[in-house]
Design a protein around this ligand. Structure first.
Ligand code: ZN
Length: 411
C-alpha cells in the first residue's frame, strides 16, 4: 500500500498559505489569526473524512477513525501546525498532514485496523509569546498543570487560559486529558531532520532512537577590574580571558565526543569598557546529548577543566543550573518494528538520535513513542528555505503507513 504523495504535497502547500509572508516564510504562532484559520480548516477536513473530533484542554486537535474493535486504544500519528516567525512549511505540518494522508489511504483501501487510529495536532510546539514550547504535549502528559498555567500571560498581557478557550480548550478540561492516557497505545511523529546526517549519508529517512536532553546553566566568572594601562599582565585577574578559555573547552570537549553539542550563545561583560580589565562575566552554557551518562560525563569533565582554569587565572566561578532535561529513549519495540518494515520495503535508513526536542519526547512519558525523520536539504529549518524532497517524503510516509499496519498486528 502506498500514500498519495501528490495529494499530500497539495495539502502541505494549501496549509502553507495560512500566515505566509511576502518572503515566502510562514508566521503562524499558536493562537494567532492564521493559526485559528488553519485550525478551522483542519477540523473541517477531518470531519469531512468522517473522523470524530475531540479538542482537549490544551486545544490539541484529535481526529479518530474507529477500527474493527478487536483491540482497545488508538494508534496516534501527529505533530504540530504552529510555526516559528518566518518559518518553513514542513516543520510540524508534515507530521500532521502525513497522519491525515495515511488515514485517507487506509480508508480508500478499506483497511480497518484492529485498533482505532488517530491524528493529533499539538498546540504551541514552537517557542512562543507565552514562553511555553511543546505546550500541547506537555499539557497532555501532565507536565503542565492548570495551577502552573492559571496566571500565564503573553507580552501583551493576554491570559493563556483565555486564548485556550477561544481555541476550544480550557484549563477546566485539563483533568480529562489524564483520563485519556491509557487510550493512547502508540505515538508516531514524522518530522524533518533539521540536521544533515541523512543528507551526508545519502539516505532518505531516519528512525529515531533517542531524543536529546538539554542542560543549561548560568555561569558567573569573577575576576578583578583594574586599569588596563597600569596593571601589568602578570598581575591581572581578567574574567573575560578566563571565560574565553572556558568556552573553548566546551567546544573542544563536544567536538571530540559523539552526539554531544555545546554552545555559549549569551555573554555579558562587566564593566564592558575599553580601558578596564573585565571583572565579571556572565554567560549561559548549553549542552545537549542523546544519552544521560554522556551528558553527565560532559558536564563533570568540562567543570573539572574549568576549575583548573579558575585556579591558574585566580578567578572564581559560580553556577546556577536552570534546566536539566534528561534525554529520552524512544520505544525499542516500535523502533524494531519500523526497522523490519523498512527492510521489507528494501529502503535504507539510519538509526539516529534527535538533537532537537519534539512532542514525541513528552508523549514517551505516557505511551510507546517513536519518530521518523525525513532528509532536510542543507539541514535548513525554521526559515523559508526549509525543504525536503518529494521522493524522500514519500518513502518516509510509506514506512509509517506500512509500519502502523505491522504495529497494529503485533501490539
Ligand atoms: Zn517541529
Amino acid at each position: 500500500m502506498k500514500i498519495n504523495i501528490d495529494r499530500l504535497m497539495m495539502d502541505i502547500d494549501r496549509y502553507a498559505e495560512f500566515g505566509e509572508n511576502d518572503t515566502g516564510g510562514i508566521t503562524r504562532p499558536s493562537f494567532s489569526c492564521a493559526d485559528h484559520e488553519v485550525r478551522q480548516l483542519f477540523i473541517r477536513e477531518l470531519r469531512e473524512m468522517g473522523l470524530s473530533i475531540t479538542i482537549d484542554g490544551a486545544a490539541n486537535i484529535w481526529g479518530r477513525l474507529r477500527g474493527n474493535g478487536r483491540k482497545n486504544g488508538s494508534l496516534v500519528i501527529g505533530s504540530h501546525l504552529d510555526s516559528v516567525p518566518n518559518g518553513g512549511k514542513y516543520d510540524g505540518p508534515l507530521g500532521v498532514l502525513m497522519g491525515k494522508e495515511i488515514v485517507k489511504t487506509l480508508m480508500e483501501n478499506k483497511v480497518y485496523l484492529d485498533h482505532d487510529i488517530e491524528i493529533v495536532s499539538f498546540t504551541a510546539e514552537e517557542s512562543n509569546d507565552f514562553h511555553l514550547s511543546t505546550f500541547g504535549s506537555r499539557s497532555f502528559v501532565g507536565k503542565l498543570t492548570p495551577e502552573n498555567l492559571a496566571e500565564v500571560r503573553d507580552s501583551k498581557g493576554q491570559l493563556l487560559s483565555e486564548e485556550l478557550k477561544k481555541a476550544g480548550g480550557g484549563l477546566d478540561k485539563y483533568s480529562l486529558m489524564k483520563q485519556n492516557h491509557k487510550d493512547k497505545k502508540v505515538f508516531i511523529e514524522l518530522h524533518i531532520e533539521q540536521g544533515q546526517n541523512l543528507e551526508t549519508a545519502g539516505v532518505s529517512m531516519g528512525i529515531i532512537n533517542n531524543v536529546v536532553g538539554t542542560y543549561r546553566s548560568f555561569v558567573k566568572v569573577i575576576g578583578e577590574s583594574n586599569h588596563s594601562g597600569t596593571t601589568m599582565m602578570a598581575n591581572r585577574k581578567d574574567a573575560l580571558t578566563a571565560a574565553s578559555e572556558m568556552i573553548l573547552e566546551v567546544e573542544r570537549y563536544c567536538k571530540e565526543a559523539a552526539n554531544i553539542v555545546g554552545t555559549v550563545g549569551s555573554l555579558n561583560v562587566t564593566p564592558n569598557a575599553a580601558n578596564i580589565i573585565p571583572g565579571q562575566i556572565e554567560f549561559i552554557v548549553e549542552i545537549r546529548a542523546d544519552k544521560e551518562r554522556d551528558m553527565q560525563l560532559a558536564v563533570e569533565s568540562i567543570q573539572k577543566c574549568w576549575e583548573e582554569i579558575a585556579e591558574n587565572r585566580g578567578v572564581k566561578i559560580f553556577y546556577d543550573v536552570f534546566l536539566n532535561q534528561k534525554p529520552v529513549a524512544l520505544d525499542l519495540n516500535l523502533i524494531s518494528i519500523l526497522e523490519n518494515t523498512a527492510t521489507e520495503m528494501q529502503e535504507p535508513f539510519l538509526l539516529l538520535p534527535s538533537m532537537a526536542v519534539h512532542d514525541a519526547a513528552h508523549m514517551a512519558s505516557i505511551t510507546r513513542s517513536v519518530m521518523v525523520f525525513v532528509k532536510s536539504i542543507a539541514g535548513k529549518s525554521h526559515c523559508p528555505e526549509e525543504y525536503s524532497e518529494l521522493a524522500d517524503i514519500e518513502k518516509a510516509g510509506n514506512l509509517i503507513l506500512n509500519g502502523i499496519i505491522n504495529i497494529d498486528h503485533i501490539l
